[in-house]
Design a protein around this ligand. Structure first.
Ligand SMILES: O=P(O)(O)OC[C@H]1O[C@H](O)[C@H](O)[C@@H](O)[C@@H]1O
Length: 464
């Protein structure tokens, strides 16, 4: 396999079951139906008018990030990234894919890297038990600079770092360049500031300093991540709809959504992809779950993303996938070339449940199980596509990030919705700000307090 990513959509199509799949004639008609939307999308990428392409220009920030990462690695044992949503999930996906789940347990030349994305005080204490804060550099990542969870974590760890005698000028703040609290704090503390391009929304920011700095600190070449994104970009803009992986998958998923497949499952057959799955969930959900179209019609667009892990989740959720509601489309993802050193020996030759393993490899078993799961779902009327990744390299991962970002934006264009905002999460934030006493939300406080009383009055509590 020479290409970094290959996409097979053959089992989204079926002539036998036109209710649950796309018929061949409908598939062939997709270009007529949606080709114009795709061409416009290609032009926006080509003309660098899409926000997505802002990442491609982040190449220029890499030399400074590399030298900062080197300084940090030379001085600190640990790095603690504070961020949530798009400010945490991408970096997590990078570490998991390229360094594995046990990175922090392995003795190495680079610092250990922790990403904290919740305000659970119990979790915070656990972190504090394993990291010596005086030897830990803090990276505060927040596109908006106002996300209350990350602000809270920063207040706490800034205090702890100072207390431990840390040099606050070493703290790195990664945020939007706007005139806001986080920039004021960075300036007054003399922190190191990295700006995320203003128009690059947080959940699309993994290919910027947000993902690049953590990567470089643990020895991953962010230039390679970006090279993969360039490869994906070039392929997406070059091929016509007929040959284009992005068009084939995006248009088919949209068509299936219209046919009632309202849940999109990404079933990853590699633990290295488990965090990628969570990154995908945020990107898909916040970008496509929209009440209103760009023309201000109520559309309640989107499909619900889920992610799970093969083979593990064959033993938990697969039963429902196979025999529960026929409301899902499945994406299977695997890595083609991995270091596969595990070949089974013939330990129990007289036992039929064990002897068939002899001479086979664990990777072979994983891939056979994926195939078996896919086939059994398809046989039962469940549409499946599959993505094969060439290898475990930053280039392939960078291409995958860009491919999914483009897939989401193209799909949003088909729904005629805004792929970049998230109006649905604002109300909860406003209530939180008001109830926690944020000054500029004081005017709403009494309204929300009244609503809270009403809400509490409506509870029906049963005790055990
Ligand atoms: O990076 P930040 O501005 O702190 O935002 C962190 C997260 O906050 C909100 O919940 C948004 O819905 C997410 O899209 C965003 O990723």
């Amino acid at each position: 396999m020479n290409e970094i990513i290959s996409v097979d959509i053959g089992h989204l199509i079926s002539e036998r079951d036109k209710l649950n799949f796309i018929s061949l004639s409908d598939f062939n008609a997709l270009e007529n139906k949606y080709g114009h939307v795709f061409k416009e999308f290609q032009m926006s990428l080509q003309g660098k008018k899409s926000y997505l392409t802002l990442s491609l220009e982040e190449e220029r920030s890499i030399p400074a990030i590399k030298s900062l990462a080197k300084n940090i690695a030379a001085k600190y044992e640990n790095v603690l990234v504070l961020g949530i949503g798009g400010s945490a999930l991408g970096a997590r996906a990078v570490i998991q894919y390229l360094k594995g789940p046990l990175y922090n347990l392995i003795q190495q030349e680079h610092p250990r890297l922790f990403i904290l994305d919740n305000i659970d005080p119990v979790l915070v204490k656990y972190y504090e038990d394993v990291i010596d804060i005086g030897k830990t550099l803090i990276i505060y990542v927040s596109k908006s600079g106002s996300t209350p969870e990350t602000a809270a974590l920063f207040i706490h760890f800034y205090h702890r770092f100072k207390e431990a005698g840390g040099d606050t000028a070493d703290i790195v703040i990664c945020c939007d360049p706007g005139d806001n609290g986080i920039n004021h704090i960075a300036k007054s503390l003399g922190c190191r500031l990295l700006h995320i391009p203003h128009n690059l929304p947080g959940r699309y920011s993994v290919l910027s300093s947000v993902g690049f700095l953590p990567s470089e600190i643990i020895g991953i070449d962010s230039g390679q991540l970006l090279e993969g994104a360039h490869i994906a970009h070039q392929s997406i803009i070059s091929d016509g709809p007929q040959q284009n992986a992005l068009f084939a998958l995006g248009a088919s998923l949209f068509e299936l959504a219209l046919k009632g497949k309202s849940i999109h499952v990404l079933f990853n057959y590699s633990n290295l992809l488990s965090e990628f799955g969570l990154w995908f969930v945020q990107l898909w959900a916040e970008s496509l779950g929209k009440k209103q179209s760009l023309a201000n019609n109520v559309v309640n667009a989107g499909t619900t993303p889920l992610t799970c892990l093969g083979a593990t989740d064959q033993h938990s959720i697969l039963q429902l996938f196979k025999e529960g509601p026929a409301d899902k489309v499945f994406g299977f993802m695997k890595i083609n070339n991995v270091a596969d050193g595990i070949q089974f020996t013939n330990e129990f030759p007289t036992e039929k449940e064990y002897s068939y393993f002899a001479g086979r490899t664990m990777q072979e078993q994983l891939h056979v199980e994926q195939l078996a799961t896919e086939m059994s779902l398809v046989k039962d009327g469940k549409p499946c596509y599959s993505i094969t990744l060439k290898d475990v390299s930053p280039k392939t991962l960078g291409g995958l990030f860009y491919f999914f970002e483009a897939l989401v934006v193209f799909t949003a264009n088909l729904w005629d919705i805004n792929a970049y905002d998230q109006p649905g999460v604002e109300e909860g934030k406003n209530i939180t700000y008001s109830l926690m006493g944020r000054q500029d939300y004081n005017h709403k406080k009494s309204k929300y307090e009244q609503e809270v009383s009403m809400y509490n009055a409506e509870r029906r509590i049963y005790s055990i």
